[in-house]
Design a protein around this ligand. Structure first.
Ligand SMILES: *Cc1c(COP(=O)(O)O)cnc(C)c1O
Length: 238
């Protein structure tokens, strides 16, 4: 289990993350206000998340349905995203508990989100997940299928496509991730340029603790940060 994080440690971590974010934004001529910092809160208990919210974190993301459901009612008001692989049969459990599903990796999943959103009389914001490293082990649309996916998904009712998301391959040094972020940004701009009806390409979610500064310098508008805020967890991603 994760060791308990002290308030001082979180404060220090948060300060470091904001400094890195600001430096990366400034270096690439952007404003830090144009980049959303989302705290990835897996394995972090509700009290700690609430402390982070009190300190200024306004977006949180969970990647497991069970964990989201167990914390949901305990959290202070916050923008909540779902960022992990979502099984079609679990959509109904979270549809009214998050304001964005970042990890839409199949047409079937999009169709189910559309159906459940309609049932709840809401419009769900989504991102299209791209398997930017073409890895067998990862879900997401192949980059060459992305435009078509956006076109098809945009036709579904009660869904609003807000942009793209990716989890690039694990690399030895953060700098090696740059080529994937660059490819994502290009794809993002290409699709944005097509002005596909009923889609709004305004969010590009990429970059985690090890590489979010690089992602920002390559055009990320949302970064998902866990370890750098809350410390190491005894848990591996996928
Ligand atoms: C855990 C997680 C992150 C954050 O990863 P860190 O390396 O701890 O910053 C980002 N995105 C997703 C989808 C995650 O599951």
């Amino acid at each position: 289990m994760m060791e308990k994080l002290s308030a001082e440690e979180f404060d220090r971590n948060y300060d470091d993350v904001l400094k890195r974010l600001t430096a990366a934004a400034e270096k690439s001529g952007r404003s830090v206000n144009d980049v959303t910092l989302l705290a990835a809160t897996k394995t972090v208990d509700a009290d700690t998340v609430n402390y982070a919210i009190e300190k200024g974190i306004s977006y949180v993301g969970e990647n497991r349905v069970q964990e989201l459901l167990s914390k949901y009612s305990l959290l202070s008001p916050v923008h909540s995203h779902f960022i992990g692989h979502l099984q079609t049969n679990k959509v109904k459990d979270i549809i009214d508990k998050v304001e964005m599903i970042e990890s839409v990796d199949s047409l079937r999943l999009a169709e189910e989100i559309s159906k459940q959103a309609k049932k709840h009389n809401l419009v769900m914001d989504i991102l299209i997940e791209i398997n930017i490293g073409a890895e067998d082990s990862k879900s997401g649309f192949a980059p060459e299928d992305a435009e078509n996916a956006v076109k098809q998904i945009a036709k579904l009712p009660n869904i609003r496509i807000m942009g793209l998301m990716c989890i690039p391959p694990v690399v030895n040094v953060p700098e090696e991730a740059r080529k994937y972020f660059r490819k994502m940004y290009k794809l993002f701009l290409d699709i944005k340029g097509k002005n596909i009806d009923n889609s709004c390409m305004s969010v590009l979610s990429m970059g985690m603790s090890g590489d979010f500064d690089i992602a920002v310098s390559e055009g990320a508008t949302l970064v998902r940060v866990g370890t750098s805020l809350f410390g190491k967890r005894n848990y591996s991603l996928k």
